[in-house]
Design a protein around this ligand. Structure first.
Ligand code: ASP
Ligand code: MG
Length: 419
């Protein structure tokens, strides 16, 4: 017997028919002899709809009241799933965020989980009851409803799994696992049986939207084994216990498996970055600090930075990237400080994409970056900026070349599935 937390996303919960399918999957896990808790999302599109109501009611909405409204989507699906399970003869009950309780801080609309008392939940599971928990919601220190940020049900599921010391947290979604790259771009993309937490974090942060990034950090910190798998399966599909999806595991567990692995695990593309260049910035101590300090204070995340060596005039160009959503704000902050920084012109460009190759194999092998540069050069793709971490190399290129770049790199690193 194992203890398993199952999480179902919005597309899996969209309507009575689909909820019945979910209930069937849950029931089969219980019949296999496991203790189960289920975490659910709101029906697909529902959270967007609720967010819109808040905007219509009051453009400058109070985040505490926003949370009251948007948390309701998950309350509906958790009750409906409990009802459906009961109709199938299972013992089931819902546990709202404040009933467990899932205690968070008071950062409404983006709260962090602080404490989770699992006693009541464990007792109910031990009594053979299926616990159904609405994702996304918690309760603040002053007893108000909070939500964990968009996509937060993944984080709820991992937090529940950590609290009840689950053997596995199965995240059921509309894809059947994590792929070497987006299968819509590269038909020969392969499903990965195993990915490490760090690889998943890098892939999630550069645009592969399978899991909320925060859920992966939490899983890494709490050592929760997470499986991503599809809920769109029939009764003859392989059981979740045979790990048909992608398992997200620690480095040690990966090393312990005898899996043949490529040097590179995956390739991600992110079109949500924008590039800013400031020309003729004076080459003196403090000039760069004057550019980035106001951005940091306004919580604008700068990713790639290039500063050229100064020419004889004692001036240099500085180029960097920010999220596209923050571009206008960044421009106006820098415009205001034009005199103080002392640059000549500001040039912004949103037609850029960041392509990243990710893999823990990079730690012990040289040449990953040079393969990337050579492969892109052979196709005449120009590299605007470069950044690296221990397990990732990213380049900034023209958006129009995104698909081509991903395809040629996928082949160059030997990731293509056999035809
Ligand atoms: N329903 C919430 C959202 O759409 C939370 C989630 O589904 O993870 O962001
Ligand atoms: Mg999601």
């Amino acid at each position: 017997m194992a203890r398993i937390v199952m999480k179902f996303g919005g597309t899996s919960m969209a309507g009575t028919e689909r909820i019945r399918r979910v209930a069937g999957i849950v029931k089969r896990q219980q019949e296999a002899g496991h203790e189960v808790a289920v975490v659910v999302s709101a029906m697909a599109g529902e959270t967007d709809r609720l967010v819109n109501f808040c905007r219509e009611a009051n453009a400058l909405y109070d985040p505490a009241e926003y949370d009251v409204v948007v948390a309701s989507g998950e309350q509906v699906t958790s009750g409906l799933l409990a009802l459906t399970l009961q109709a199938m003869g299972c013992k089931a009950r819902s546990w709202l965020g404040w009933q467990l309780p899932i205690k968070t801080d008071d950062a409404h609309a983006k709260a962090r989980i602080e404490d989770f008392d699992s006693e009541a939940l464990l007792a109910s599971m031990a009594a053979g009851e299926i616990a159904v928990i609405p994702g996304f919601q918690g309760v603040s220190p002053d007893n108000r409803i909070t939500t964990l940020g968009r996509g937060g049900s993944d984080t709820s599921a991992v937090a529940v799994a950590a609290a009840v010391k689950a053997d596995r947290c199965d995240i059921y979604t509309d894809v059947d696992g994590v792929y070497t790259t987006d299968p819509r771009i590269v038909a020969k993309a392969r499903k990965l049986p195993l990915v490490t937490y760090e690889e998943m974090l890098e892939l999630a942060s550069v645009g592969s939207k399978v899991l909320q990034t925060r859920s992966v950090s939490l899983a890494m910190k709490e050592n929760v084994r997470v499986q991503v798998l599809s809920s769109f399966i029939d009764e003859n599909a392989p059981a979740a216990d045979t790990l048909p999806g992608t398992m997200i595991v620690s480095d040690e567990e990966l090393e312990g498996s005898d899996m043949e692995r490529q040097l590179i695990t995956g390739i991600a593309a992110d079109k949500n970055e924008a590039k800013v260049t400031l020309t003729r910035v004076p080459d003196r101590p403090g000039a760069v600090a004057a550019i980035f300090a106001p951005l940091a204070e306004s919580n604008i995340n700068v990713d790639m930075i290039i500063q050229n060596v100064a020419k004889d005039k004692g001036e240099t160009d500085v180029t960097f990237t920010v999220p596209q959503a923050d571009l206008v704000r960044a421009q106006s902050l820098l415009e205001e400080r034009k005199e103080a920084i002392g640059y000549y012109r500001m040039i912004a460009d949103s037609n850029v994409a960041k392509i990243s190759v990710v893999g823990v194999g990079m730690r012990s092998h040289a040449g990953v970056a040079s393969t990337m540069f050579k492969t892109l050069a052979d196709r005449g793709i120009n590299i605007i900026a470069i950044s690296t971490s221990e397990i990732k190399v990213s380049v900034l290129i023209d958006t129009d070349e995104t698909e081509l770049a991903v395809r040629v790199l996928h082949t160059a690193y030997g990731l293509d599935a056999a035809a």
